[in-house]
Design a protein around this ligand. Structure first.
Ligand code: NIG
Ligand code: FE
Length: 399
């Protein structure tokens, strides 16, 4: 093939005699558990991982990249982001930090700005955020609509999102827009009918904000069922602002992921633990709304699969940084450094039902990052420090 047949970000030994961990940190296969190899190498062929193991046993390669003792990880899989929007809401954030409470009502501010923006403005914003994500090590990211809330504005959002990612999510059911305030049922009909028709060709996923002030269980079920009818796989925003029916609905409908999971009942935890539905935790939202963080430990101890994602959006979590989310998860959500890195890579892949990303072993795409640090733990140990030394997508250096 025309691709270089071998690139080996060989994680060379730490200076002899140090006991510090180095090497690749990786789930051993799709859905595998966290495992680190010290003094490791990996071989890339045609954009895929062909081999991983101790550097001393590495097969010869055409081109060798010496990672000089830095840690090599799978690229982050950010499985939850709202990137198609205009404007910003720093005044709302500042008011919250001064004591005001978050309500979903702020979404309408962004809806107005987004409707008024040109395609070029939205595309520019999307490009800027996608660039930030890549620079911070996210080699895969999901992108939702949800700030248009008319047929043409939602269709435009998913079409723009599809220009930069294959993981596009239809979120026409984000909130009921002001013009439907007196007729929420009419809005759900629009979301399940003409809006879905216009959006489905660009999307892989359908999502709904199932929360008091947004959509109830019956409405959410109707939206996700209609999406399934058009081949869109379900995911859900649930139990962000208070306990609600969204988690149980997610499991019942076979959603790939239930996102936020901040206020969980024991029944919610049991439902998640005995299902394939990933619990996706979004600590950037709790950081930015001053809410209690979700209890990752409770979910993990019950046996649920946990993913971490940024929830990047201008209202509740205006960050594109998976390292920041990892640091919050380790410091404030009782996750170990290994669990947090797993959840940001393999967990995100699971939440996107992807078996080709989120780990470094044969069978995986060569989507990986090299840290300016000897171990994965530095992502939480050195919060706020730009530690991404290099980013590779399908074996090509992109950052
Ligand atoms: O995931 N919860 C619903 N949607 C976003 C917030 C959107 C906004 O406030 O603009 C979230 O947190
Ligand atoms: Fe969200």
């Amino acid at each position: 093939s025309a691709e270089p047949t071998g690139v080996a970000p060989a994680n060379t030994a730490k200076p002899a005699g140090t006991a510090q961990p180095g090497g690749t940190a990786q789930p051993s296969g799709p859905g595998g558990s966290f495992a680190a190899i010290g003094d490791a190498a990996l071989v890339i062929e045609d954009g895929w991982i062909a081999w991983t193991g101790p550097a001393a046993q590495a097969p010869a390669a055409d081109e060798v990249v010496d990672a000089a003792g830095r840690a090599v990880l799978p690229g982050f899989a950010d499985s939850h982001a709202h990137l198609v929007f205009a404007g910003e809401r720093s005044a709302e954030f500042a008011a919250r930090m001064a004591g005001r409470k978050y309500t979903a009502g702020g979404i309408r501010t962004t809806v107005a700005a987004t409707r008024a923006a040109s395609d070029a403005e939205l595309r520019a914003g999307l490009g800027r955020l996608a660039g930030e994500m890549l620079a911070q090590g996210s080699t895969t990211f999901e992108c939702k609509s949800g700030y248009g809330l008319t047929v043409p504005d939602e269709a435009r959002a998913v079409a723009l999102a599809a220009e930069i990612t294959g993981e596009v999510t239809y979120l026409g059911a984000h909130v009921v827009p002001a013009e439907f305030a007196g007729d929420p049922g009419g809005y759900v009909d629009l979301v399940c009918g003409p809006m879905l028709d216009a959006c489905a060709p660009h999307c892989r996923w359908a999502d709904v904000f199932c929360e008091r002030g947004a959509f109830g269980a019956d409405e959410a079920r109707a939206v996700l069922t209609a999406g399934l009818g058009r081949g869109l796989l379900p995911r859900i925003h649930a139990s962000q602002l208070g306990p609600g029916p969204g988690i149980v609905l997610a499991v019942e409908i076979g959603a790939a992921s239930a996102d936020h999971c901040t206020f969980l009942t024991d029944a919610d935890v049991d439902a998640l633990a005995s299902s394939d539905t990933v619990a996706t935790l979004l600590p950037g939202a709790e950081f930015s709304t001053r809410q209690p963080y979700p209890d990752a430990r409770r979910l993990l101890d019950a046996g649920a699969t946990v993913a971490l994602a940024t929830d990047c959006n201008p209202g509740t979590s205006y960050t594109t940084s998976m390292p920041f989310c990892i640091a919050l998860a380790v410091r404030d959500m009782r996750m170990t450094t290994e669990e947090a890195v797993w959840s940001a890579t393999a967990g995100g892949a699971r939440a996107l039902r992807r078996t080709d990303i989120g780990y470094l072993a044969p069978g995986a795409r060569a989507d990986l990052i090299i840290l300016d640090a000897p171990s994965h733990a530095h992502l939480a140990y050195r919060p706020g420090v730009p530690l991404i030394h290099a980013v590779y997508k399908s074996g090509r250096r992109v950052g």
